[in-house]
Design a protein around this ligand. Structure first.
Ligand code: ZN
Length: 471
């Protein structure tokens, strides 16, 4: 089957294939840990999870990097007010982010690099940009010279004239050659050093701008050219344009072949929800209001396609909770003994729905459409179970269908399936290492699993795992 993804660079759904055979290198913009994650940001993080899961379903090994922004103006302000360092200030919010991801059953990325731990990589890239004439120093700050990069604006299809007059850039009050030039490095201000927010650099003591961290960290973990870069649509300009300008000017290579953007989450009135607009809702708020994290998960990934606006409302969260219950009830019913033989042609129908479900996901991750087919079928299947017409063949197909659905939605098991997902992923990595004859790596993964109380067995159907007592 062919996977098509909507690429913001081309504006069309393009056939996806990675540069490296069967391996996808993917970078997604992560949270700024100045506070709890806002529910609008969670929509983007769950979109990354859906993308990652479907790439795995499509048979790819995925190396996924997501940055943790632990330095920015808000963090500096808050740390200064609290009389603490930025490291101390951000710690609980970074931990809360990982707790949120766990509650929402987001599969972990391979790397979560923190900006403050990659300052040297950023300094190196800024030095390269200075040497190449793509950047300049002005009163201790370093700026990227947009006039030196003719492709600026191609991702968001901006015209450069309009860009110069943009309100967002006009609000800046620095010593720049052009209003649209953006900061790569900001000169240290009094007090920055005391809160751990100033670093030595050849171009003066200071701290990095926000954009350069993604360029430097994606290069560090994934190389010059990514297969996929994803983010919320609000990051397309200026953040992603700036990332492209920095990386492509410094590396002389395309930064990413595919750019994917998820739409906003809107409130009940249709306004974009954001911290600055005062509509500050966190996962904790919704759980405290009585919503099941799995309902929130399903709502965020399946109520609307990721490129459509989604409205948060009590009603839609309740409806998602109802869908979670239907999937869980059905999964429970399938565990009961089946009828002696199949009645009707349910098995064939399920196979058709499995095919349609996969096609919907391959069509730019259309999970809402895929689940639409599934819920329609559940009505028929429940009726067949009621009348004792689900024999072995239909039951087998239904179990396969539920496994397909859980590969993305992952809500039909009330217990946590994160462990299972992690183990499956390590097994896949071990298989890949064995294929590449990297037996040391394969053994390392087996040992790591054994330390966690997981034993592997080779069988005809592939590698199986079971829990054993921890060594
Ligand atoms: Zn970024």
């Amino acid at each position: 089957m062919t996977l098509r993804l909507h690429n913001s660079l081309t504006g069309t759904k393009d056939v996806f294939e990675p540069l490296e055979d069967s391996h996808v290198r993917m970078y997604t913009c992560g949270p700024t840990v100045w506070n709890f994650a806002h529910i609008g940001n969670l929509r983007a993080f769950l979109f990354y999870d859906l993308l990652r899961r479907h790439l795995q379903v499509a048979g790819y090994r995925v190396t996924h990097v997501m940055n943790i922004t632990d330095i920015d103006d808000r963090i500096l302000d808050q740390a200064m007010h609290a009389g603490t360092t930025i490291a101390e200030y951000t710690k609980p919010y970074a931990e809360a982010f990982f707790e949120d991801m766990k509650m929402l059953r987001v599969r972990p990325a391979e790397h979560y690099p923190r900006a403050t731990e990659h300052i040297q990589e950023m300094i190196r890239m800024i030095s390269t940009l200075l040497e190449r004439g793509n950047a300049y120093v002005a009163d201790g700050d370093v700026y990227f010279r947009i006039a030196s990069f003719p492709h600026y604006g191609e991702l968001s299809h901006l015209d450069r004239e309009g860009l110069r007059a943009g309100a967002r850039v006009a609000a800046d009050k620095y010593d720049k050659e052009s209003v649209s030039d953006f900061a790569l490095w900001k000169k240290a201000q009094p007090g920055d050093e005391k809160i751990g927010a100033a670093w030595d650099a050849p171009f003066g003591k200071g701290r990095p701008g926000w954009h350069i961290e993604c360029s430097a960290m994606s290069k560090r973990y994934l190389g010059d050219t990514l297969d996929i870069h994803a983010g919320g649509v609000d990051l397309m300009f200026p953040h992603h344009e700036n990332e492209i300008a920095q990386s492509e000017a410094a590396n002389q290579r395309q930064l990413s072949r595919f750019w994917l953007h998820s739409e906003h989450l809107a409130d009940a009135t249709g306004e974009k929800m954001s911290k600055s607009a005062g509509g500050f809702t966190t996962l904790r708020d919704l759980i405290a209001a009585g919503h099941d994290p799995l309902a929130i998960r399903l709502f965020l990934i399946a109520n609307a396609h990721y490129r459509s606006r989604l409205r948060l409302s009590e009603e839609s969260l309740h409806a998602a909770g109802e869908q979670v219950r239907r999937l869980q009830d059905f999964a429970r019913r399938l565990k009961l003994p089946v009828a002696p033989k199949d009645g009707g042609r349910l098995a064939e129908r399920v196979a058709e729905v499995r095919h349609a479900y996969r096609e919907a996901l391959d069509d730019d991750l259309n999970l809402p459409q895929g689940l639409g087919h599934v819920f329609e079928l559940l009505r028929e299947a429940n009726a067949a179970l009621d009348s004792g017409e689900v024999g072995e063949a239909a039951a087998r197909e239904l179990l396969l269908l539920m496994a397909d659905v859980d590969a993305h939605a992952d809500v039909s098991a009330a217990q946590d399936t994160t462990l299972a997902a992690e183990v499956e992923q390590l097994i896949a990595q071990r298989e890949a290492a064995r294929k590449a004859r990297d037996f040391a790596a394969a053994d390392r993964i087996r040992d790591e699993l054994r330390d966690r109380g997981i034993a592997l067995e080779d069988s005809k159907e592939g590698v199986r795992w079971r829990r054993v007592a921890k060594v």
